[in-house]
Design a protein around this ligand. Structure first.
Ligand code: NAD
Length: 466
């Protein structure tokens, strides 16, 4: 779908007009391209003073693995951990050179005064972040901290990160990763995702990394040998998910309703996947999925993407519109998960990923049915995550909540509302289906065993429900 205003402001005339009128100035976001370095520029890394070096050690190891070009502030004591990871860090001597990533280990911050270290690190380089740059803070999960001042200080980081996301513009994203003590080795998949162009349209998010079991992967094909099923794969976001997961090495079982058979078949054959045509609300949906999965020895992941809207204000909404949306977007996911778990269709370390929506977080005019279903998806993820923690099979469940994504679904929105949805976020533009797909690939990775019960918005830090 075309974004004419977005295209216009890329020209020098467009830029001038937009600047003079104070209009939004969306930039072309960096997106993943095969063969490119994970981090497309230099990384400034720092840490708050304190005894615990475990987070910094993990960060250093990961930066070494991705061959990052690393800088430190001269007074910074993360230099020891970097040296242990065989990184020869350069000194940040000031000047105008830009950084692609600013990465700060805040895990040692235990009181309000110490938050000053966050200010000092980022203030000094706030004008030196490259276009599509990344601001990342790693802290400790506040809910696990008993000391009130320390829990408070860690929770404070959320306000800082979300504000930076709104201030920096030019496609710069800002994220907060809370890592549980003892789960530092699980940071890999999350740090790789957030430092790279794969997280182009994800900003202002808080992710919790816990101790779950992560499986080692070949980072060039992290989903190699896996079988994953994507519902609603014939078009839009589902098609993009199928293509990205296949690009990362997985065999994809593409599912959609029988009416979409031709489009579905086309997608599947282009990615050497297979096909299941079934309505997910039908009684035999679970059985049909199980049969297709068993041919390949079971499922490593299911992506619950299929969904519909039937918008009407509550007063004008007939029962059929309510029932249909709730059943497709919510009821069927709950039933399918039960069936797949009860019948051992999901393998050890399986990844369940659901597609919610920011409508489910913020609510939306004319979408009582849709927002109810999508809030329910978050409830389902919360409750299932707790259950999976206890089942010892290493499975996880997480959700993405897309904001305004350029698809047939959003093309149907009236122009004025569509334009507002597109611009009311820190990126001043709509996201692309591939942005949702990359986020799902991160959750679906065997290396993401430390992610369970997270809901990450893919919304360019939309103002809605923020
Ligand atoms: P889309 O309408 O382009 O695609 C949805 C797909 O789901 C279609 O292929 C459709 O045939 C399939 N589907 C619908 N009902 C089904 C059923 N009963 N059984 C099997 N398949 C069925 O929509 P999209 O924009 O690609 O959205 C994909 C998901 O993302 C949905 O869950 C949607 O709610 C969510 N989402 C989209 C946006 C956005 O901006 N486009 C924003 C937030 C959330």
């Amino acid at each position: 779908m075309s974004d004419r205003y977005g295209d216009f402001v890329q020209s020098s005339l467009g830029k001038k007009v937009a600047k003079n009128l104070g209009l939004p100035l969306p930039v072309t976001l960096d997106r993943f391209e095969s063969g490119e370095n994970l981090v497309r520029g230099s990384v400034l890394v720092g840490r708050a003073k304190g005894e615990d070096k475990s987070v910094s050690a993990s960060i250093s190891r990961i930066l070494s693995d991705v061959h990052a070009d690393v800088y430190v502030n001269s007074s910074d004591d993360i230099k020891d951990e970097l040296a242990d990871a065989s990184i020869e860090a350069k000194a940040n001597t000031g000047g105008d050179d830009k950084f692609k990533v600013l990465l700060f280990d805040a895990s040692n911050i235990v009181n309000a005064e110490q938050l000053k270290e966050v200010y000092e690190f980022f203030h000094a380089v706030a004008r030196r972040v490259d276009k599509s740059g990344r601001v990342i803070i790693v802290g400790r999960t506040p809910e696990n901290i008993t000391d009130i001042e320390a829990a408070m200080a860690q929770r404070s980081l959320e306000g800082f990160v979300k504000s930076v996301g709104k201030e920096f513009k030019r496609g710069v994203t800002a994220q907060l990763i809370y890592v549980e003590e003892g789960a530092e080795q699980n940071l890999d998949s999350t740090l790789r995702f957030f430092t790279s162009a794969r997280s182009a349209y994800v900003s202002g998010q808080v992710v919790r990394v816990s101790k779950g079991e992560s499986v080692e992967v070949d980072w060039t094909q992290p989903l190699g040998g896996k079988t994953m099923l994507v519902t609603g794969a014939s078009r839009g976001i589902g098609e993009a998910i199928a293509r990205v997961l296949a690009r990362e090495g997985a065999h994809i079982i593409c599912l959609d309703v029988p009416q979409q058979q031709a489009d579905l078949q086309k997608v599947a054959s282009e990615i050497s996947g297979s096909v299941v045509t079934v309505d997910i609300t039908s009684d035999d949906a679970g059985k049909e999925i199980a049969e297709a999965a068993q041919k390949r020895g079971g499922l490593d992941s299911i992506i619950h993407n299929a969904g519909v809207t039937r918008d009407k204000t509550l007063a004008n909404m007939d029962e059929k519109k309510w029932d249909m949306v709730i059943d497709i977007n919510l009821g069927s996911i709950a039933r399918l998960n039960c069936y797949l778990l009860d019948n051992d269709v999901l393998k050890e370390n399986a990844r369940i990923v659901c597609v919610s929506s920011i409508s489910g977080i913020a609510g939306n005019m004319g979408q009582t049915n849709y927002a109810t279903s999508k809030a329910g998806v978050i409830g389902l993820v919360d409750a299932t995550a707790k259950q999976l923690e206890d089942n010892a099979k290493g499975m996880t469940i997480n959700a993405v909540a897309p904001g305004f994504i350029e698809t047939q679904m959003t093309e149907a929105i009236p122009f004025a509302i569509r334009e507002a949805g597109r611009r009311m976020n820190s990126m001043s533009q709509g996201g692309l289906p591939v942005d949702v797909a990359e986020t799902i690939a991160w959750f679906a990775s065997p290396a993401s065993g430390g992610l369970n019960g997270n809901v990450v918005r893919v919304c360019g830090q939309s103002l809605l429900g923020a």
